[in-house]
Design a protein around this ligand. Structure first.
Ligand code: SDX
Length: 428
């Protein structure tokens, strides 16, 4: 047995080293507290694995990302988003028959209970789409209670997963229509995943919208690139909340809330706001780089840096190339991409960024492509959530399929007051 030995005071204890299928190694400390009365402390879990998983593999030093062993580059080029969703949740690309059944379920469950539309009346038009998304996803648990499944191998789970994947799209589009005061557009049964979303977003009684195949593909690529990313903040939240045995809808809601943060999925909106600030305030690239390095400056280079990638985020590379190709095709000019590329070039030459291995991440170019598609900036994180949903469902299912399911309950090191007693108000 490959082992690590811990010696503390008069005790020496061996711990098993476990090795993953790609050679990653970990010290299995499941018996640490019992054997040593010690716990570990790892703020931000920078050195701590929460689980074993067979879904996504990332090599941050080499800039590798694979879903169920398939390189992200191949999936972005060749797969549909629904194929990738199936791959993540069930472990393999679907056969033709499996794909047909999955697509059928996505179509059959693309509408929500008509009474749910009344929830939108309670939102002001200025409501952030992420707030509406979280509320409405949780509200699904009110109307679809028969899917509080405990058997995660059942057809009920399959239908619940497909219906959530389908309805999140409808909820997102309806929240957009609500924000612009237009009537919502019902999904069509003859449109595929991405084109149905675009149709619900941009069609209207006076302006019929016919999804352009290239725009539809661009959206599918964006969704595929966001589909899973192992134990990131939001997916770890889904696992932790799900470990209490609460239903899938509530677990996913918790994950979407975590994704909303500007350090995480909210960064794509912050990147565009940053690029627009640079353009509108006519800031020089040099000024931005210096501000980004200045701890006292509130300016942060959003879309840069990553906990795992200490090389180029492969998703960012795909998006950068994709933007350039499709912008040329549509003769689309967006000064923001020029600013972004100049920022990237300057940062990658700067010692501060080089020493800290800070590279563009998935959020750096994704917003520029969403803009071209016509998605409003405040919906970028909603798009991230739609893309990430298959991964969240897959990770939630994998956790429930692992036996025994352990409720997540980290420990702490207490640093507060020693024992003291209550004193009446007049004596304080
Ligand atoms: C996503 O985990 C995932 O997989 C996430 C994600 C996914 O698919 O789920 O990939 C999606 O969330 C991408 C990240 C989006 N967030 C941003 O773009 C926000 C800007 N980036 C940073 O806030 C930061 O890089 C994080 C949050 C992404 C990572 O934070 P870490 O790993 O905790 O790193 P850190 O904050 O400790 O930074 C290390 C050093 C620090 O400098 P020193 O204290 O060592 O001097 O690098 C600096 C930081 O100040 N730094 C930056 C920076 N990011 C890190 N300095 C300037 N600009 C930045 N963007």
């Amino acid at each position: 047995m490959d082992k690590a030995t811990l010696t503390y005071k008069d005790r020496t204890v061996d711990f098993q080293i476990i090795e993953g299928s790609e050679g990653e190694k970990a010290i299995d400390i499941n018996s640490l507290r019992q054997a040593t009365n010690l716990i570990t402390l790892d703020v931000g879990f920078q050195n701590t694995g929460s689980c074993t998983s067979a879904i996504t593999y990332i090599d941050g030093d080499k800039g590798i990302l694979r879903y169920r062993g398939i390189p992200i580059e191949e999936l972005a080029e060749k797969a549909s988003f629904s194929e990738v969703a199936y791959l993540l949740i069930y472990g393999n690309l679907p056969t033709r028959e499996q794909q047909n059944l999955f697509s059928q379920r996505l179509t059959q469950n693309s509408m929500m209970h008509e009474e749910m539309l009344r929830f939108f009346d309670g939102f002001p038009p200025t409501a952030h789409p992420m707030a509406m998304l979280v509320t409405m996803v949780n509200a699904l648990s009110v109307y679809y209670t028969d899917y509080y499944v405990q058997d995660f191998q059942s057809e009920n789970f399959d239908i619940m997963a497909a219906s959530l994947l389908s309805r999140i799209r409808t909820i997102a589009a309806y929240s957009y229509k609500h924000s612009i005061g237009q009537p919502h557009v019902y999904p069509k049964r003859d449109l595929k995943y991405a084109s149905n979303f675009l149709y619900m977003m941009f069609d209207s009684p006076i302006n019929p919208y016919i999804p352009d195949p290239d725009i539809e593909r661009a959206l599918s690529v964006l969704l595929i690139l966001h589909a899973d990313h192992e134990q990131n903040c939001s997916t770890s939240t889904v696992r932790l909340v799900g470990s209490s045995m609460v239903n899938l809808y509530a677990s996913i809601c918790a994950g979407i809330c975590a994704l909303w943060g500007p350090l995480h999925g909210g960064a794509n909106q912050k990147v565009i706001e940053m690029l627009e600030e640079i353009k509108n305030d006519n800031l020089s690239i040099k000024q931005c780089i210096e501000s980004a390095k200045d701890k006292n400056s509130k300016f942060r280079l959003f879309g840069f840096g990553h906990r795992i990638y200490k090389n180029y985020d492969p998703r960012s590379l795909i998006l950068k190339n994709y933007c350039q190709t499709i912008f040329k095709k549509f003769n689309y000019d967006d000064t923001l991409i020029n600013i972004a590329m100049e920022l990237e070039e300057a940062a990658l030459k700067d010692d501060f960024f080089i020493e800290r291995k800070l590279y563009p991440n998935v959020d750096f170019y994704s917003g520029i492509l969403y803009r071209m598609i016509g998605i409003p900036t405040n919906m970028f994180t909603v798009m991230f959530a739609i893309g990430r949903l298959p991964g969240m469902i897959a990770q939630w299912k994998e956790m429930h399929d692992s036996v025994p399911l352990k409720i997540g309950r980290p420990r702490q090191i207490y640093t507060g007051s020693a024992l003291r007693h209550y004193i009446p108000p007049d004596e304080r």
